[in-house]
Design a protein around this ligand. Structure first.
Ligand SMILES: [Zn+2]
Ligand SMILES: [Zn+2]
Ligand SMILES: [Zn+2]
Length: 144
């Protein structure tokens, strides 16, 4: 499965691929789930609130259940960019986040940028970092 970087061009294809994966795994595919998936792919790092606004006919509990399903399947995962609610993004798009504590700007960096640090920490401390789960806080260039 290849979605992520080119997801905006291949939007319909990405939706179809994920729906196909759900069906192959014996998960239900409903109109509501399709609406959530459309909203998920149409927004950059949406919160549940954003998804809910984009799919107003779908109940919040349905959205949470579907997001859990997609996380179980390894299609999406969530991250915390700051003090606010979790946001969702595609697993197939490996990146980390830098979050400006002053203005809230979020900069995506390739996952490979932290690979050396990850290896060193594992080697020296026996600890495996999961830097994608939380943004690294700091200051953007504009906030100095
Ligand atoms: Zn979390
Ligand atoms: Zn992300
Ligand atoms: Zn800033």
């Amino acid at each position: 499965l290849q979605y992520g970087a080119g997801v905006t061009e291949d939007f319909a294809q990405a939706v179809d691929e994920i729906l196909g994966l759900l069906r192959a795994q014996g998960r239900r595919v409903t109109t509501q789930r399709r609406a959530i998936l459309d909203a998920l792919l149409a927004h950059d790092h949406p919160t549940v609130e954003v998804l809910s606004a984009a799919a107003p006919d779908v109940e919040g509990s349905t959205i949470y259940r579907f997001l859990d399903d997609l996380e179980d399947l390894g299609v999406i995962d969530h991250t915390h960019l700051g003090h606010g609610p979790a946001v969702y993004h595609l697993v197939a798009d490996p990146h980390h986040h830098l979050a400006c504590e002053a203005c809230g700007a979020v900069i995506e960096i390739p996952a490979a940028e932290l690979a050396a640090l990850r290896d060193r920490v594992r080697e020296h401390y026996g600890f495996v970092l999961s830097p994608r789960h939380f943004a690294l806080p700091g200051r953007c260039v504009g906030c100095g």
